[in-house]
Design a protein around this ligand. Structure first.
Ligand code: DGL
Length: 278
């Protein structure tokens, strides 16, 4: 049954550098409302897009060492492309608990494009990764793919979540390189390669140079998480009977206080700060 392992509620740990992973969390809850959720936002070092690769991997291994021991999740969802494209393999090597990662939807975009021109909008970290380039070589060799490393878009999404006004000029500056014209052909798909970006889809649609299909990976990730959970033999570690979904964040309280109303709306009722690795 959805959100259950071996007959008891599953405990799902959802992780991101900030609040973007809530786009994945929302889909997970829609699909598996009976599971218990712990959302971890490592916002002390947000954005991950600016961290060096080895620094990021070391940090993630240290965080999960503590989180897995303390929280005993049945599954961890790395709701962050920037982290998944560099750390998924080391995390799976180090820990027995299953990890589901989020990576740019290059295969889906290649299958859906009609013009053969599509773009991947992601953080500078995700864009430069071999993982991303391998996905293109494997699934989109016959397409023309534009990789756009957006330096400020995740931050604009966080501003939007805090209820601050997003400057349309800044937003257009971030997304404009994703719109490419070659003769009579134009980009027809923009794959959102950062979990923060779906928060801005309506705003981006309003200012886009022309209409495109914006691909959000959240529904596919929720499906995959459910599939992995249903294959687990042992009973879940989730509290049955509707335990509070919790959010732990490593950064400043003030940042989270501004999004509290949104968090409550998506069912997160316990919010606390914990540096985890100090
Ligand atoms: N939400 C994250 C992702 O999917 C990244 C934002 C950041 O740079 O921290 O890539």
């Amino acid at each position: 049954m959805a959100g259950q392992t071996g007959g008891t509620a599953a405990k799902i740990l959802v992780f991101d550098s900030g609040l973007g992973g809530l786009t994945i969390y929302r889909e997970l809850v829609r699909r598996m409302p009976e599971a218990e959720y712990l959302y971890v936002a490592d916002n002390a070092v947000f954005p991950y897009g600016n961290l060096a690769d080895d620094e990021l991997v070391t940090r993630l291994l240290a965080l999960f060492d503590i989180l897995i021991e303390r929280e005993q999740p049945d599954i961890c969802v790395i709701a962050c492309n920037t982290a998944s494209t560099i750390a998924l393999a080391p995390l799976r090597d180090h820990f027995a608990v299953p990890f589901v990662g989020v990576v740019p939807a290059i295969k889906m975009a290649a299958e859906q494009t009609k013009t053969g021109l599509f773009s991947v909008l992601a953080t500078p970290g995700t864009v430069k990764r071999d993982y991303t380039r391998d996905l293109i070589a494997r699934y989109a060799a016959d397409c023309e793919v534009t990789l756009v490393g957006a330096t400020d878009l995740a931050d604009l999404a966080e501003q939007f979540m805090r209820g601050e006004k997003v400057d349309p000029g800044k937003l257009l500056h971030e997304i404009a390189p994703a719109f490419v014209e070659k003769g009579a052909r134009r980009t027809d798909i923009v794959a959102l390669g950062c979990t923060h970006y779906p928060l801005l889809t309506d705003l981006m649609r309003n200012i886009a140079p022309w209409p495109v299909n914006w691909i959000d990976t959240a529904p596919a990730i929720a499906r995959q998480t459910q599939k992995v959970l249903s294959g687990l033999a042992q009973g879940g570690h989730g509290a049955s009977g509707g335990a509070a979904n919790r959010l732990i964040h490593t950064g400043q309280n003030a940042t989270i206080a501004k999004v509290e109303a949104f968090l409550r709306k998506v069912g997160i009722t316990a919010i606390y700060r914990d540096e985890i690795i100090g």
